[in-house]
Ligand binder design. Structure first.
Ligand SMILES: [Zn+2]
Length: 263
């Protein structure tokens, strides 16, 4: 327990010490949401939790790091309630919730905070909370997307075609295989691969788009609760993705932690 990197394991005097050492805080944000017939509803939360753990281990001895419990409450589009398992928090409440968690940390004295964003619907929500925090406290936490960190590598190693990695597809399923989580291979199906692609809408989380946001859930109906192709997922791909994400995350964390604004 002594050298645990989990924020919640600490006593208040230990956290007071952590503030004095200017410890970095990682806040993983996932959700509880259906992920098709083959993945558990915890998928987004598991992925960010594992990555936060991996980064904290790798940073040991270089940057004092504390990992907060993964925030599992999230917002998902109503379309996803066609299948049981999705818990939906009003996005305005979620902005306030994330804001208040960050404000609490800043009022304790923490200054370097990284959010790990594991859920596609949260990008705008997190960014609004970060804008508000910056305005109010002059402290600027950063939000990092594991999907974004691994995009360059994934484009080279993916086995699925474009449309195979949006929700419950090759990317997420491979990571869950690597993490030895419950993955029901007998339920793999490619029937809900994303078939809509245009110059403006890439139809995949890892294909270049042209600056348009248009919800996948409003473009094509899903029968199984996913958009993607888990049949192409593998533990090997998951391992490579995990290592890339942790390595790139630590690289950014060092840039973020040691940077002091000029002038
Ligand atoms: Zn997901």
């Amino acid at each position: 327990m002594e050298d645990s990197f989990y924020f919640a394991d600490k006593t208040w005097p230990e956290l007071e010490e952590a503030v004095k050492r200017n410890s970095l805080i990682i806040l993983p944000i996932g959700t509880i949401e259906e992920h098709g017939k083959h993945l558990p509803v915890s998928t987004d939360s598991v992925i960010v939790n594992e990555i936060a753990k991996g980064a904290a281990e790798k940073l040991k001895g270089e940057i004092p790091t504390l990992v907060l419990p993964t925030l599992w409450t999230g917002y998902s589009a109503k379309e996803m309630t066609h299948w049981p398992g999705t818990i939906r928090v009003n996005p305005l409440v979620l902005i306030q919730l994330i804001h208040d968690i960050l404000a609490s940390l800043i009022e304790m004295g923490f200054r370097k905070i990284i959010i790990l964003d594991g859920h596609g619907h949260h990008k705008g929500i997190i960014e609004v909370a970060l804008r508000q925090i910056g305005d109010e406290y002059g402290v600027f936490p950063a939000s990092v997307s594991p999907a974004g960190l691994s995009a360059e590598l994934y484009r080279k190693i993916r086995m699925s075609q474009i449309g195979g990695s949006i929700h419950g597809g090759e990317w997420e399923t491979s990571l869950m295989l690597h993490f030895k989580q419950k993955v029901k291979k007998e339920e793999f199906t490619a029937e809900d691969i994303m078939r809509y692609h245009s110059e403006f809408v890439p139809g995949d989380n890892f294909a270049p788009g042209k600056g348009v946001f248009w919800s996948t859930w409003g473009i094509q109906k899903s029968e199984t609760g996913i958009y993607g192709d888990p049949t192409k997922a593998s533990e090997e791909t998951g391992k490579l993705l995990y290592e890339e994400i942790v390595q790139k995350l630590c690289q950014f964390i060092k840039e973020f932690y040691f940077y002091e604004p000029k002038g």
